[in-house]
Design a protein around this ligand. Structure first.
Ligand code: SF4
Length: 354
């Protein structure tokens, strides 16, 4: 039994063609079967009603379609949707769909939990559980399409749970499935890999010929402050990360979460501008999601606007993003952390009653 969703679409096509030939089925069936993996996905082969029933049954036996289980779905009043997917082994991951005009951006996870422990991140509090497979990464997009084809994501960002460049082999294969015309067919410029700056992974991503977009989570303009917020600074230093961006022949985005009283002073904006300007980078300013990180508070609106203006005065292109999904747990890892906390509380209450 081969999981066709775990291999590049070209490989899936070859395997299906071989299998059909062995069964003396007509070759044109390949063009009916392969699009059902990613382009016009079906949840079970039984739904591919353009195929004879007997062939559908044989496909189910030879190539079972593995699914992610939907264990929670939250919809915000601003249209943002959050999904918690059950991986079938007791683990769960999250994706967030953010509609904006004609664009629907799906924020996907690359690992269960994360080892890097950034202080402002709910996923970081969870610790690392395991890497996702390529199929599990790409399936987050597939499952949203299966829920409702009208929600088909136009853009994908690797900004959910996990550090994608610490799971390079799976992310590398998932990028192919996301981008390939026989896969999900999402243009490379519509796929963003977001990283804290894992140097070996950056070198590998830079070697891919497609123009995937790169976002670097900076969050601090000095090594000292970065070290306080992001323990990865011990291993891959700010200066080295910024130097590594020279490998990319495309514009880089710097992500900067504004944390009240921590990294949002105008002097921080001045230092950040010194880093961003030589790179010609776009700076994305993100409000800290309230409730995502204990002990930290979002910057005030006034401070965020002043920070953005200061960057612009230095000639840096900066965009202050709106916080999406404020009424749901839309910060990465937050839904799962909350559900687990709820489960723990319920278990403790249960134990007390007993
Ligand atoms: S911000 Fe990203 S790298 Fe940092 S702990 Fe969270 S998931 Fe990991």
């Amino acid at each position: 039994m081969l999981d066709l969703l775990s291999v590049p679409p070209e490989t899936a096509r070859l395997r299906v063609a071989e299998w059909l030939a062995q069964r003396a089925e007509p070759a044109y069936r390949t063009t009916q079967i392969v699009p059902r993996l990613w382009q016009r996905p079906v949840s079970t082969w039984d739904q591919a009603t353009d195929l004879p029933a007997e062939l559908r049954g044989a496909l189910a036996g030879a190539f079972p379609l593995r699914r992610l289980g939907l264990s929670a779905r939250q919809r915000s009043s601003d249209g943002t949707e959050k999904y918690l997917w059950d991986l079938g082994d007791g683990e769960a991951i999250e994706s967030v769909l953010i509609p904006e005009g004609k664009r629907r951006t799906l924020c996907i996870s690359s690992q269960v939990g994360c080892a890097l422990g950034c202080v402002f991140c709910a996923t970081g509090q969870m610790g690392f559980r395991r890497n996702l497979t390529a199929a599990e990464i790409a399936a987050q997009v597939r499952e949203v399409i299966l829920l409702d084809p009208l929600l088909t994501p136009s853009n994908v960002v690797f900004m959910g749970m996990g550090e994608p460049l610490l799971n390079w082999d799976a992310v590398d294969a998932a990028l192919t499935i996301l981008n390939h015309p026989e896969g999900l067919g999402i243009g490379a410029r519509h796929i963003t890999v977001s990283t804290v700056g894992i140097l070996p992974g950056l070198a590998r991503l830079a070697r891919r010929p497609e123009q995937f977009r790169l976002a670097v989570s900076l969050h601090a303009p000095t090594p000292e402050l970065r070290h306080e917020l992001m323990p990865i600074e011990k291993k891959y230093r700010l200066a080295e990360v910024l130097a590594a961006l020279g490998q990319f022949r495309r514009r880089v985005t710097l992500e900067y979460v504004l944390i009240g009283g921590k990294n949002d002073a105008l002097e921080h904006a001045d230092r950040l501008a010194q880093l961003a300007r030589p790179l010609g980078a776009l700076v994305n300013l993100l409000p800290l999601h309230p409730g995502g990180a204990p002990g930290l508070t979002p910057s005030t609106r006034v401070q965020m606007v002043a920070f953005e203006r200061r960057l612009k005065r230095h000639g840096v292109e900066a965009v202050l993003r709106r916080s999406r999904g404020l009424d749901i747990s839309a910060a990465c890892g937050q839904l799962r952390v909350e559900l687990e906390a709820g489960r723990k509380v319920r278990a403790e209450e249960h134990a007390r009653v007993e």
